[in-house]
Design a protein around this ligand. Structure first.
Ligand code: SF4
Ligand code: SF4
Length: 131
């Protein structure tokens, strides 16, 4: 479902670009962008505190540790501990094979999604680690 939606959106964007279509929307105000840029690290670190790892589901495979571009996840006694130095890329959550990671319980029952053409191994090879 999510995949179909993304493919439709991507096809529409590609067609717009190919035809040189110009958006009628105004670009966001610079000052708002600047504010968001300043507040973002604080918002992200607040959100990162909401990460939960379900010990009943986690198999300690370490995929979340390898996939985190920020080096923000460490194994502690076989269980991942997620710190606050996070980009909110959500790769850990979306790529966990056990759906053991959730964000504040909100994502508990939500569908997980990642590009089916990008395996965790492929992502690991091309990932830019910023730790
Ligand atoms: S990817 Fe999921 S199952 Fe594997 S260690 Fe991380 S939380 Fe546990
Ligand atoms: S959301 Fe991204 S940056 Fe944050 S802990 Fe997970 S993988 Fe790392």
């Amino acid at each position: 479902m999510a995949q179909r939606r993304s493919e439709k959106t991507a096809a529409r964007i590609a067609a717009d670009i190919s035809s040189g279509k110009k958006s009628k929307k105004r670009p966001p105000l610079y000052r708002l962008n600047a504010l968001e840029y300043k507040a973002w690290p604080m918002l992200v670190s607040m959100n990162a505190k909401k990460f939960l790892v379900d010990p009943a589901k986690c198999i300690g495979c370490g995929q979340c540790v390898r996939i985190c571009p920020k080096g923000n996840i460490h194994m502690v006694c076989g269980t991942p501990a997620i710190g606050a130095d996070c980009y909110q890329c959500l790769s850990c959550l979306q790529y966990c094979p056990q759906k053991a990671i959730s964000l504040g319980g909100v994502t508990e029952k939500r569908e997980r999604y990642h590009n089916p053409n990008i395996s965790p191994e492929l992502l690991n090879q091309s990932i830019i680690h910023i730790d």
